[in-house]
Design a protein around this ligand. Structure first.
Ligand code: ATP
Ligand code: MG
Ligand code: FE
Length: 332
């Protein structure tokens, strides 16, 4: 039995995997309601809440599955990137469990876990182009195996999810912005308000979303509008850029297989736009189910299990990290 722990941000996740790599069960505690009044995550509150919630959640998971803690054979945790205070809660407990039970400790990268979450439900072939669109990151990857990731493009400023959250705040909508903007956009006309498509003409695979947010701000100041149309126009601009750059990567690297992952991959319109483009170009397209797009421990357990099989272990000196670490690959 492998225990997986996710505490990189404001979600506490725990999962159990069997010795043949099957997800047995997972639990998630979200702090969204706590941070919502602040219009974003307050790191101090997030880490304190992680500390309060994590151990009881593990006990609950073990109890629900009739498992004694002594039956655990390995423990995996997200070591980064994320909020360091939140990460340390999961990492420290994982180290304590590993030390006390004398079982292997496995350090999982949160972004790699997002990109592989799709394997929880489907085996797909390598290599593939991975688009990670989450609250803290927006980047394109070439992924050759469970352990080989190359960044081929990334945002120069805000992440796509961050842009959804900031635009929601501008419109006086609650945090997180993604789900609510998406709901309103469904009732709007995506062509009514034309917003910029940042870096669309740029040859690189990089993104930029802070200018788009400023364009929304200027629009709000200078025009009257239907909020549904503004949400739809914003969502369409984000989708245009993400679809265009991802399929540019498909062409450049000649890899006809795409995985879209992270919280923004839960967006309905985005999924539809990617599916259409993939259908028209004969490219394979995959998304995790909605519950595995946003943060969860199941995806951490999936990669943790692969690392366990390969004996890719961490030790008590392995440190949590706040920032992403990936090898870069220039575009051909
Ligand atoms: P990271 O993984 O980069 O560290 P994170 O873990 O905070 O960041 P996730 O939990 O993967 O990010 O995703 C949260 C983000 O996803 C938020 O910015 C939220 O607004 C966005 N999001 C969630 N659902 C939707 C949706 N339906 N449409 C658009 N965005 C969404
Ligand atoms: Mg979150
Ligand atoms: Fe995440």
């Amino acid at each position: 039995m492998l225990l997986a722990i996710e505490t990189s941000c404001d979600e506490t996740g725990v999962a159990l995997f069997s010795e043949d790599g099957k997800l047995i069960s997972h639990l998630l505690y979200s702090q969204v309601a706590i941070h919502s009044p602040f219009g974003g995550i307050v790191p101090e509150i997030a880490s304190r809440k992680q500390l309060e919630v994590l151990y009881p959640l593990i006990k609950e998971l073990l109890k629900q599955n009739n498992i004694e803690i002594s039956q655990l054979k390995a423990v995996a945790a997200t070591f980064g990137p994320g909020l360091i205070g939140s990460l340390l809660v999961g990492v420290s407990l994982a180290k304590a469990i590993s030390f006390a039970l004398k079982i292997p400790l496995i350090a999982v990268d949160h972004l790699q876990a997002h990109l592989l979450a799709v394997f929880l439900e489907k085996e797909i072939e390598f290599p593939f182009i991975g688009l990670l669109v989450s609250g803290g990151h927006t980047a394109l990857f070439l992924i050759n195996s469970f352990f080989e990731f190359y960044v081929i493009g990334h945002t120069k400023d805000d992440a796509a999810g961050e842009a959804f959250d900031k635009v929601a705040k501008l419109l006086g909508l609650p945090y997180p912005g993604g789900p609510i903007i998406s709901q309103l956009a469904e009732k709007g006309d995506p062509k009514a308000i034309n917003l910029p498509r940042p870096l669309l003409e740029d040859k690189s695979l990089d993104f930029s979303f802070s200018g788009l947010k400023t364009a929304v701000l200027n629009y709000i100041k200078n025009h009257s509008y239907r909020v549904e149309d503004l949400c739809a126009g914003f969502e369409e601009a984000v989708c245009d850029v993400l679809v265009y750059k991802t399929f540019r990567a498909v062409d450049l690297f000649k890899v006809p297989r795409v995985v879209v992952a992270g919280g923004v991959a839960a967006n309905k319109r985005l999924r539809q736009r990617f599916r259409e483009k993939a259908f028209n170009t004969g490219v394979e397209i995959y998304f995790p189910s909605l519950e595995f797009c946003t943060d969860n421990a199941a995806m951490v357990g999936l990669l943790g299990y692969k690392q366990w099989q390969e004996k890719k272990y961490a030790d008590l000196n392995t440190e949590a990290y706040a920032r992403a670490v990936f090898k870069k690959l220039s575009i051909p």
